[in-house]
Design a protein around this ligand. Structure first.
Ligand SMILES: [Zn+2]
Ligand SMILES: [Zn+2]
Length: 328
């Protein structure tokens, strides 16, 4: 096979490169900068031009990163490699690897719906498709994002009118920019955690339009009463507690669809995800027309079995499976 699943991740022997390796390697092709896909220590990286600066921020300034555009074909030892949008976060990519015989697409993390800031997912035909399965259970079904942002705006406006700060937890890469782009920024000031600000700064410099945001140090106690605070984790709120008087917390995640994941401390759980839902995953797989489907990251066994019932040749790749492969 053109690509194989190894202990260090997905490997192309002919091109001598890995895709999203879990360890340091000579040449790492990276779908996006989330920590479960982008790891420190590799000698060379290849990433989309909007992912590269975020990778530098996260992996260190000295990282050697070659940049590509979507659709730009790169030749690595005779293997054709092309990055396509995966719609997950700004700069995220599906990676197509083609040796003239097999055409693989490693989708990384993806969602099909346009979120108004991330370049939308493209369906790419291939012979072998590697899909994620984070939300591969039939109960995961996302509403249109306009509906979710109406709910979010209403929640913030209601809190603001009572002088209660709205605190939302969201990943610094992806969810934060999606919220900023789509929220009604006229309701009040938007305060972001430093790590979100660093990432926003990169995207603003790349030309992405985000509303004005403030750091905690830049707002008064009074401003905060009507503000929306976006933070990657509630735990880092402690140091601002002298400034924060009354506040309520919400989480924005696909997991909020599972009732027992909505903790009692939350005022609200917004079901919004940068991963495809059940129907989205099935559509993505079918559109590739791939003869072989490999399911990674998530409900791998469940999803592979379901694809089998649809007559598709699908196989679950779990860490356990990787151990077995390593013994062969
Ligand atoms: Zn991700
Ligand atoms: Zn991931």
């Amino acid at each position: 096979m053109l690509l194989e699943f190894t202990q260090k991740g997905i490997y192309c022997e002919k091109g001598n490169f890995y895709i999203d390796p879990s360890a340091a390697v000579d040449y790492a092709l990276v779908t996006h900068a989330h920590s479960d896909h982008a790891r420190r220590g590799s000698k060379n990286y290849l990433a989309h031009k909007h992912t590269a600066p975020v990778l530098k921020l996260r992996l260190g300034k000295r990282s050697v990163i070659q940049e590509v555009e979507y659709g730009q074909e790169i030749n690595i030892k005779g293997i054709k490699v092309t990055f396509y949008p995966s719609g997950h976060v700004i700069g995220s990519a599906q990676i197509k690897v083609d040796d003239g015989n097999e055409v693989w697409v490693v989708a990384g993390d993806y969602k099909l719906e346009s979120d108004n800031i991330t370049q939308q997912f493209e369906h790419i035909k291939c012979t072998h498709f590697v899909t994620e399965s984070t939300f591969a259970k039939p109960n995961f079904s996302w509403k249109a994002q306009t509906e979710i942002f109406t709910e979010m705006n209403d929640w913030w406006a209601r809190n603001s009118s009572k002088g209660v700060t709205s605190v939302m937890s969201a990943y610094s890469l992806g969810k934060s920019q999606r919220i900023l782009k789509n929220i009604d920024s006229s309701i009040g000031k938007i305060v972001v955690h430093d790590s979100i600000d660093e990432t926003n700064d990169i995207f603003r410099k790349l030309g992405f339009n985000l509303p004005k945001t403030y750091l905690f140090s830049e707002v008064s106690r009074q401003d905060l009463k009507n503000a929306l605070v976006i933070t990657p984790s509630f735990s880092n709120l402690n140091k601002f507690e002298d400034k924060l008087e009354g506040y309520v917390m919400a989480n924005a995640s696909g997991w909020m669809q599972v009732p027992w994941y909505v903790s009692k401390s939350l005022d609200k759980g917004f079901v919004i995800s940068d991963h495809a839902d059940w129907n989205g995953l099935i559509k993505a797989v079918k559109e590739t027309q791939a003869q072989n489907i490999f399911v990674v990251h998530g409900f791998t066994t469940y999803f592979a079995k379901h694809l089998n019932t649809l007559g598709l040749n699908a196989m679950s790749i779990t860490d356990k499976k990787l151990d077995q492969l390593a013994l062969l």
